[in-house]
Structures are given as structure tokens and as C-alpha cells.
Design a protein around this ligand. Sequence first.
Ligand code: FES
Length: 103
Amino acid sequence: MTWVAVAPAASIAPGDYATVELACGFVAVFNVAGEFFAIDDVCTHDGGGLAGGALEDYQVICPRHGARFCLRTGQALTPPAYEPVRRYPTRIVDGVVEVQDEP
Ligand code: FES
């Protein structure tokens, strides 16, 4: 497994996000109150991007049809999505957010 740099932590404000392309596809990295969470940037309902979805507590709301996913576990919490999204470990090294390139 490899750690991949995403962006300086200071450039992703709380409530904001960044995306990065890994070998397995695009991943969205969200800042929730200073904690960073990385999940697939693909909704399991109909393939919509999750980056840019509204954040509520530790949930992201799919911009297309409103399914909610838990950022801590990847679980789909509300219809119309039922399958979880993959989560990726994150860390901050020298002020840069990194994600592991495998779930
Ligand atoms: S594509 Fe996400 S809820 Fe439909």
C-alpha cells in the first residue's frame, strides 16, 4: 500500500473537500471539524459523484438523489443507496493530507 498526497490540510477547510485520482478511481476527501475522511467519489446508487455533497455531522449527502453515507464507516444510511462506499485511511504528514491507495 502507498500513501498518496491529496492537498495541504490548510487548503481544505472544515466542511470542504478535495478529490484525488487513485489507481482504483476517484476518491473524495472531506474535512469534518478538522478530521479527514476519504471515500470513493462514486455513489453506489447510480454512480453520482459524492464530492460537493452537503455534510451533516459525519455524513455526506449525495447531490443527485439524496442518499446519505457515513463518512466513518462508508455505510449507506438512507435510500436510494443500499450498498456502502469504500473508505480509505487518511493521515497528515508535514501539513499535507494523504490517503492510502487501497481501502
Ligand atoms: S446517485 Fe447518489 S443517490 Fe442516486
